[in-house]
Design a protein around this ligand. Structure first.
Ligand SMILES: Cc1cc2nc3c(=O)[nH]c(=O)nc-3n(C[C@H](O)[C@H](O)[C@H](O)COP(=O)(O)OP(=O)(O)OC[C@H]3O[C@@H](n4cnc5c(N)ncnc54)[C@H](O)[C@@H]3O)c2cc1C
Ligand code: FES
Length: 278
């Protein structure tokens, strides 16, 4: 296990809908709350017993050292996340974390922009909240297919960041377009002429395009990757992704997301291979 991670039996304080698409679980895990950094994740045992055998990785959505609360934001998609949806307040779940390498807040920039979509909202939300708490100028951009899929306004306001939304139809309060259209707009209009750091998490294509938008302007970009995980310890190689460079055997160089990431320098990722799932 990661030497900076804790294995705890966390009490579930609440587990409720957060908007139409997501659920937010609040857990009491003081050691983890004190240590968690934006972009890190926890491995959560979604059932009370040994079924399912493997925990599920979730980015830390929010952590509060003072109250000892750790939050995750999840979308019920498969068996494990549906089981998680049925967990009652007062239950206890096995949790290991914080795990992996998180975001590094860039120095020498005038603004920070965090861009998220899909299940990638959690890491960039926490990053934006931490950057705003440190008094840094930070924008939080979320793209949804439909604006009604977004998070409740009180949760968005909690970050203290300037938040902007996009959706396919461009309903009131949302830009019509993708999260990357929104990123271009914010960089070119609201932050024109300002050297800006970009942080992204979400669908692979969104992260690739966000990384390209940053690279075109010469801005640094960090991306939080997702990969199917089993051991979480760099052993099974189940979560490797291709990075730029050549391996000693002449093949593509690969790195495990569980320990080398999930956050990586976007310029080092082989995005075409990542898009193909490898
Ligand atoms: C670093 C990291 C952070 C994540 N953060 C979040 C988050 O904040 N919110 C959220 O909703 N989801 C997040 N995910 C994805 C989440 O772990 C999967 O949605 C979840 O594992 C699916 O589990 P399931 O049992 O519902 O689906 P099933 O399809 O039943 O899962 C079967 C197996 O596939 C694995 N798996 C399936 N989808 C994924 C996936 N996208 N990534 C990794 N493993 C997967 C599961 O761990 C499990 O072993 C994250 C994944 C990673 C790697
Ligand atoms: S999950 Fe086994 S190497 Fe990453």
């Amino acid at each position: 296990m990661d030497k900076n991670a804790f294995q705890v039996c966390a009490e579930v304080l609440s587990n409720a809908e957060a908007g139409q698409r997501y659920r937010r679980m609040v857990l009491l895990a003081p050691e983890v709350a004190a240590a968690a950094k934006p972009g890190q994740f926890v491995n959560l045992r979604v059932g009370g017993g040994l079924d399912p055998l493997l925990g599920r990785p979730f980015g830390v959505f929010f952590a509060e050292p003072d109250s000892g609360r750790v939050e995750i934001l999840y979308r019920p998609t498969g068996r494990g996340t549906h089981m998680l949806g049925a967990v009652q307040s007062g239950s206890r779940l096995g949790l290991v974390g914080p795990l992996g390498r998180g975001f590094t807040i860039e120095k020498g920039v005038e603004a920070h922009v965090a861009v998220g979509g899909g299940t990638g909202l959690a890491p960039v939300y926490f990053l934006a909240a931490e950057a705003a708490r440190s008094g840094l100028p930070v924008w939080l951009l979320f793209g949804f297919r439909d604006c009604s899929f977004g998070l409740p306004e009180d949760l968005m306001r909690r970050t203290g960041a300037h938040f902007r939304l996009s959706s396919d139809a461009g309903e009131a309060g949302c830009l019509r377009g993708t999260a990357v259209d929104l990123l271009d707009l914010v960089l070119d209009r609201e932050l024109a002429g300002k050297r800006t750091a970009v942080y992204t998490a979400g669908p692979a294509i969104m992260m690739k395009l966000a990384a390209e938008a940053a690279a075109r302007r010469g801005f640094p970009c960090q991306a939080s990757l997702e990969a199917h995980m089993a051991c979480g310890l760099s052993v099974c190689r189940g979560c490797v992704v291709a990075v730029k460079g050549t391996a000693p055997d002449g093949g593509p160089l690969r790195r495990p997301v569980c320990t080398f990431g999930p956050v990586m320098n976007a310029a080092e990722i082989d995005w075409d291979r990542y898009l193909q799932g490898g």
